[in-house]
Design a protein around this ligand. Structure first.
Ligand SMILES: [Zn+2]
Length: 430
């Protein structure tokens, strides 16, 4: 790494805190609501306008735009050996309906800042470096999310994705057509290609870095997640005439079931995450004994064996609490915990040290596009603090100095990987 110290230093001097901040403010106009809110859902008119602005900024500094069939957007700084797989850096610019200015946008704008710093510093790296803005990370308009990165990696088939509909009945395919029409002059690319390395900066969306007063989190991995649907069927009855002894009250059984699950899934160390976020009672009438309850379970843990054990306990726990009702448990999703490339993390730790940025290791509680890149290449993430850990909210805030710190580490890391020898890169894949 020693021979790279000088170029990295030169590059670092060009990473601009003020330019990065003003780009965040400018991008936030697309879909702005309230004082600082952003509603820029995937493949919407606001998203299209924000993408056009990104392309404009990229072209101003000589980056080459391209779009793939799922509308992932790329801005390429060609390397000295442009035939080599590029280093990909970025995140997403779609938001939740009640989103803020930094979730996703930070990763994309930090990537643009890293590329602009390379251009300004006159650095043309060996491998190309490309900004990527993945399509529909949030999954609020078209569920599920991480659509662009899942299609890119092959984790999900494009044909399945384009058939999905938003709540208004608009298919992904139609929304993609609208984007393609607006971007008719952009070069097209086939879906998926070889990648040398992937680095995604993101706000933490949690309270840990802020509480520690540390600007950089080197993300160790993404915790695993299992989701379930629980259906409890009893019998509707008259609230005044049906004796308790004969009732099959689905809501009372649901209460017992939740209490049993809370006990089964309790964790003294507060690492396990167990959430029932949706709960519906039928017929939901004040004078009718409830006949049916359906609720969701979202269960997460960073350790694969623990997640397996806890998730496997869900159905038996529900059945044991069923009483006179029928209980059905359906598992909807099982995403294994993921550990990011140890080699890439070591490089980032060293570079953060050289840049005199204090950093700590941190696990990601939320899912990110980097999940889909991890099987393809050395992949990793940089977290920065956000105020109060608040995200998916108008009040979401990250300080200019922290955004700057994250962009500096991204630029240095991107250059390191863009210049790495084939052997060094091979080392990273082990
Ligand atoms: Zn995000």
């Amino acid at each position: 790494m020693t021979e790279l110290a000088a170029p990295i230093q030169r590059l670092d001097a060009h990473v601009s805190r003020d330019r990065l901040w003003s780009r965040h403010m400018a991008l936030a106009h697309h879909g702005a609501f309230g004082e600082t809110g952003v509603n820029r859902q995937a493949l919407s008119a606001e998203d299209i306008a924000a993408r056009a602005e990104l392309v404009r900024w990229g072209r101003e500094i000589g980056l080459e735009p391209a779009v793939d069939p799922i509308a992932n957007l790329f801005l390429r700084l060609p390397g000295r050996e442009p035939e080599l797989p590029p280093v990909l850096i970025g995140s997403h610019i779609d938001s939740q309906p009640t989103g803020g200015r930094f979730d996703g946008a930070f990763g994309v704008l930090a990537a643009l800042e890293a590329l602009e710093a390379m251009v300004e510093a006159g650095i043309r790296p060996r491998r190309s470096v490309e900004l990527v803005a993945w399509t529909n990370e949030e999954g609020s308009r078209f569920a599920p999310g991480m659509m662009g990165s899942a299609a890119f990696s092959g984790a999900r088939a494009l044909a399945d994705i384009v058939a999905l509909k938003d709540p208004d009945g608009v298919r992904v395919a139609e929304a993609l057509d609208a984007v393609a029409a607006a971007e008719a002059e952009l070069p097209r690319r086939p879906l998926g290609f070889a990648v040398a390395a992937y680095v995604e900066p993101h706000i933490e969306q949690g309270p840990i870095l802020e509480a520690a007063g540390i600007p950089i989190g080197i993300v160790s991995g993404i915790q695993g997640k299992r989701t379930f649907r629980v259906e409890i069927d009893g019998a509707e009855a008259h609230a005044g005439t049906a004796p308790h002894s004969g009732r099959r009250d689905a809501l009372m059984t649901a209460v017992d079931t939740l209490a049993a699950l809370r006990t089964t899934l309790h964790d003294d160390d507060d690492v396990t995450r167990f959430t029932v976020g949706r709960f519906t009672v039928s017929p939901n009438a004040p004078s009718v004994v409830p006949g049916r309850v359906v609720f969701s379970i979202d269960l997460r843990h960073p350790d694969a064996a623990t997640l397996q054990r806890l998730g496997d306990a869900v159905a038996p726990t529900c059945r044991a609490a069923a009483g006179s009702c029928q209980v059905g448990v359906t598992e909807l999703l099982h995403d294994q915990p993921l550990e990011f490339s140890a080699g890439l993390r070591a490089v980032m730790r060293t570079l953060a040290g050289e840049l005199e940025l204090s950093r700590q290791d941190i696990a990601s509680g939320a899912g990110h596009d980097a999940r889909h890149l991890a099987p393809l290449c050395p992949a990793g993430m940089i977290f920065i603090p956000c105020r109060g850990g608040v995200s998916h909210n108008e009040a979401e805030y990250a300080a200019p100095d922290d955004l700057h710190a994250g962009a500096r580490l991204l630029a240095a890391t991107a250059l390191w990987f863009a210049e790495a020898s084939d052997d060094e890169l091979k080392e990273m894949c082990r």
